[in-house]
Ligand binder design. Structure first.
Ligand code: AMP
Length: 544
């Protein structure tokens, strides 16, 4: 017997329809590439998204075709989120920090038809346009006054101006009643090895992920919030925040290209931001700025940090010095991206500050919808005893089932997606990631978790960033080598840093050596690129 409830597909267009009806006057504030602060509302964004849908039809874009963006977080990019996906086309958010060759590769692979870009990326567009085989129209996300100079523009046939494109269209449009399993957006994984692979989300997976992201033990967002996603809209749909805003009615503040400490801090304060989200490296810049100036956050209360391990020292500093609660979360492009978040259970109420910090420092518990397990090499599940360490497998309605164009074949094992992360689980169900499987250091056959070693280094007051990699060792095969970037003006010696490990870990885990560098290479999504460091130090000879 079937239930007697309405069959309504879960569609991305329904988010902006809801926001227009129930939160019409709620603000969306953007720092534009034109240099100013722009204010709009959900009412306006809904109307302009409908113009986008009409414009795509006028450009001949058909259902299922890919429409690319190379853009910062801003209201125009947001209009494309709803206009493109809502009309049945697929929004392909391209990461502008990728190498131009990779951008050409993924634009061709996705067979993008139209590409919308922020003017910041005009030099990049000029460099790649003639090499992209399928793009028929290039649309600058600006008005006529800020378009490229005529002599440059003349070299790119089919260059259009976004504001003119929208002005020529009606804001009347009926969102199609798509099947909820229709593809809605496409992101390519960072591709540390080989070519990037596409992850194709559906309307259904996106809606379910957004609802779960809004839960109190995840991002916990509501209409009273003002959310500033530092995480870019080209990095896994800004972790769902651009959908979360219209779903909950929260105010959104979109920071554009201004991701330095000062620009972010100014927006936090002037707009009354209560919740933010980003990778640890961004917060380092912000905290350094706020520290140096002796500032406080007057409204910010929660900050979701993920994408790579958030050092416990950062969680503690946010809480003790600024009253900001870090929500440490874990996820990946293949899982839309959120899988776990570190929220307390009832038993943690009244625990000591150190005990609570230990909970906050884990990658957190699975949110409903994501099931996970840790397995040993043969694929057998390991116990959740806080000791056993194994590969993390996940499954759920917003977890990938195969890559775009079936690249790489079937990624699943017995219906589970192997994440490539290595973790242990506490008996309460909190996941503690010890490594990426590729980054694990194997010393004499035993694993050493590089994240633990990095977290300790980063709790030293003189350390800005630390990466731990395996260096070849004649006896133990591999031993940990710590690569450290000091804070500006700080002094620190190898011996002092190694002594700092005493009593904090098993003695044999202590890194064999420390090298100080001016900078640690960061990838396109702000993560430390250990692959580059391993290359750089592949012939490194450890002291004996
Ligand atoms: P991406 O698909 O580029 O977002 O990268 C996903 C990977 O980032 C995961 O598989 C993890 O290795 C890493 N990652 C994400 N969040 C965390 C976290 N909170 N702690 C440790 N690693 C993380």
């Amino acid at each position: 017997m079937n239930g007697q409830m309405m069959q309504q597909p879960l569609l991305i267009s329904s988010l902006i329809v809801h926001a227009e009806r129930h939160h019409a006057e709620q603000q969306v504030v953007s720092r534009r590439v034109e240099g100013d602060i722009h204010r709009t509302t959900y009412r306006e964004i809904a109307a302009r998204s409908r113009r986008v849908a009409n414009a795509l039809a006028a450009l001949g874009v058909q259902a299922g075709q890919r429409v690319a963006t190379l853009a910062w977080n801003g209201y125009r990019h947001m209009e494309l989120y709803f206009g493109v996906s809502g009309s049945g086309a697929v929004l392909h958010t391209v990461n502008p920090r990728l190498h131009p060759d990779q951008i050409v590769y993924i634009a061709d692979h996705a067979e993008d038809q139209v590409l919308f870009f922020d003017m910041t990326f005009w030099p990049l567009i000029q460099a790649v346009a003639s090499r992209c085989k399928t793009i028929r129209h290039w649309v600058a996300l600006t008005d006529r006054a800020h378009m490229p100079p005529a002599e440059q523009a003349a070299k790119l046939p089919n260059l259009l101006c976004y504001e003119e494109l929208l002005a020529a269209q009606s804001d009347r449009y009926d969102w199609p009643a798509l099947d909820e399993n229709t593809a809605s957006s496409l992101c390519y994984t960072s591709g540390t090895t080989g070519n990037p692979k596409g992850v194709l989300y559906s309307h259904r997976s996106t809606l379910l992920h957004t609802m779960a992201a809004a839960l109190p033990d995840c991002l916990g967002a509501g209409a009273g919030d003002c959310i500033l996603p530092v995480v870019p809209m080209f990095h896994v749909n800004s972790w769902g925040i651009v959908y979360l805003g219209p779903m909950t009615g929260a105010k959104l503040v979109l920071p554009g290209s201004g991701l330095d400490g000062q620009s972010l801090y100014e927006l936090f304060e002037s707009e009354g931001v209560t919740l933010s989200a980003g990778v640890p490296t961004v917060w380092q810049g912000l905290l350094a700025y706020v520290d140096a100036k002796g500032l406080k956050f007057s409204t910010m209360r929660r900050s979701a940090i993920g994408g790579s391990a958030c050092p416990p020292a950062m969680i503690k500093k946010f809480l003790d010095d600024y009253g900001v609660r870090v929500i440490h979360a874990w996820g990946m492009t293949e899982i839309s991206p959120i899988g776990t978040a570190a929220a307390f259970k009832a038993q943690h109420v009244g625990q000591s500050a150190d005990e609570r910090l230990a909970v906050m420092a884990t990658q957190g518990r699975a949110i409903f919808g994501v099931d996970l397990k840790i397995v040993e090499e043969a694929g057998h599940e390991l116990p959740w005893d806080g000791q056993a360490t194994g590969d993390v497998y996940v499954r759920g309605p917003w977890v990938i089932s195969s890559y775009f164009r079936n690249e790489g074949g079937d990624p699943l094992k017995d219906g589970w997606f192997p994440t490539g992360d290595v973790a242990k689980m506490t008996p309460e169900g909190y996941m503690v990631i010890t490594d990426r499987s590729k980054d694990v250091i194997k010393s004499g056959g035993e694993w050493i978790g590089s994240i633990d070693l990095e977290n300790i280094a980063m709790s030293h007051p003189a350390v800005a960033m630390a990466a731990c990699i395996a260096a070849h060792h004649p006896k133990w095969d591999e031993r940990p080598l710590l690569v450290v970037m000091k804070k500006t003006g700080a002094t620190l010696t190898r011996e002092e840093l190694l002594a700092f490990y005493d009593g904090k870990i098993a003695k044999w885990w202590t890194p064999d050596d420390v090298v100080f560098v001016d900078a640690i290479p960061l990838g396109a999504t702000g993560k430390m690129q250990k692959i580059k460091l391993r290359e750089q130090f592949k012939s490194y000879v450890l002291p004996t």
